[in-house]
Design a protein around this ligand. Structure first.
Ligand SMILES: NC(=O)c1ccc[n+]([C@@H]2O[C@H](COP(=O)([O-])OP(=O)(O)OC[C@H]3O[C@@H](n4cnc5c(N)ncnc54)[C@H](O)[C@@H]3O)[C@@H](O)[C@H]2O)c1
Length: 324
């Protein structure tokens, strides 16, 4: 049994704590908001203000505080203040505590901003006296506890071997695909995941406007494309970074559809940007060949459910010709 301290007991903190409690771990919650502490205690949960934590019994800290964006800039003040409190707590214990960032933070924040604060405040060294990890959360607020209990992917960014092994043990029984990486890669996965979702939604919203003008059912088109478009079902498609699209279809069809929508009096900003990005890349890097052996691709797709990402990466290396 591991004693986990949840720092920041909001949506993600509570889902994390309750999820690990169901796996038999010992959970304590803390927060800066006294009303939150009272509410948690009234539910029978062990909760304290950050300053009242007994550090001697803590094995893992899950850092789940808010990281809001205000006027176009992310506010890291809360997570940095929490890191300072945790660092001061680390100074008071001889335990090897592992601090895991779960908040969504810009790439490099865990290693370049949080770790130095922990080291300065504790007088200890990361990787020697305490561990540091980054384990982003993919849950949705409305179904937070169910999502935490049944993740479809688990991303474990670790700065040191001890943290990597500890996170592996904590998450082994959740049964999701596990991706092991560095904290910066974990931070990138979370942002790229969310931005990709946003890009997809904006793209289909532009398509929706075009469909409405033509009297076509945009839901039918969206749902069919979600099944048919290779980028949705082929995990290798378009994921080899730095290579522009090429081949017989994508360059000519993107230009033709752009012309069509312009003639209809629409501005298709997502498509315009897509063509511009590809053209500037194609000026420097040759386009990739189009898919050739469909059987190879389908085999990879068939296997993907059982396949760890490391193996997928290996497949990518072995089969450069099946990409794009
Ligand atoms: N809500 C979601 O669906 C969701 C999903 C994935 C990731 N995230 C990310 O997880 C993080 C937390 O999100 P949330 O929705 O749980 O936020 P939340 O606002 O529900 O909870 C954050 C908690 O942190 C507390 N807090 C702030 N400063 C603190 C400090 N210095 N010490 C201790 N506690 C402090 C707040 O009082 C609050 O209770 C954010 O980075 C968010 O982007 C949220």
């Amino acid at each position: 049994m591991t004693h986990i301290l949840i720092v920041g007991s909001g949506v993600v903190g509570l889902a994390t704590g309750k999820g690990f409690a169901k796996k038999g771990h010992d959970i304590s919650y803390c927060d800066i908001n006294p009303q939150t502490i009272e509410r948690l205690r009234s539910q029978g949960l062990r909760a304290t203000l950050t300053h009242d934590v007994h550090w001697d019994t803590i094995d893992v800290v899950m850092l789940c505080v808010s990281t809001p964006s205000v006027e176009g800039r992310i506010v890291l003040d809360y997570i940095e203040a929490a890191a300072l409190d945790i660092g001061r707590g680390l100074a008071t214990t001889s335990n090897y505590v592992t601090v895991v960032v779960r908040s969504t933070v810009p790439p490099t924040t865990t290693e370049r901003r949080i770790t130095p604060i922990l080291e300065r405040a504790s007088g200890k060294r990361a990787g020697y006296d305490f561990g540091v990890g980054m384990n982003p959360e993919f849950l949705r607020a409305v179904t937070s506890e169910q999502d935490f209990a049944r993740p479809w992917i688990t991303v474990l960014g670790a700065s040191d071997q001890h943290t990597a092994e500890l996170l592996d043990r904590l998450y082994a029984s959740f049964g999701a695909l596990i991706v092991r990486c560095t904290p910066t890669e974990a931070e990138l996965i979370k942002y790229v995941n969310n931005v990709y979702n946003a890009v997809k939604i904006s793209y289909f919203n532009e398509v929706h406007a075009i469909c409405q003008k033509l009297g076509a059912d945009s839901n039918l088109i969206g749902a069919t494309v979600a099944r048919s478009a290779e980028s949705m079902w082929n995990p290798l498609y378009g994921t080899r970074g730095g290579v522009p699209y090429g081949g017989a279809c994508l360059p000519k069809d993107t230009v033709a559809f752009m012309q069509f929508v312009q003639e209809q009096g629409f501005e298709h900003m997502m498509l315009e940007a897509t063509i511009a990005v590809n053209e500037s890349l194609a000026a420097m890097v040759p386009a990739a060949p189009s898919p050739d052996k469909i059987e190879d691709i389908l085999e990879v797709v068939r296997q993907q459910d059982d396949m760890a990402v490391e193996e997928l990466t290996l497949e990518l290396g072995k089969r450069p010709s099946v990409i794009l």
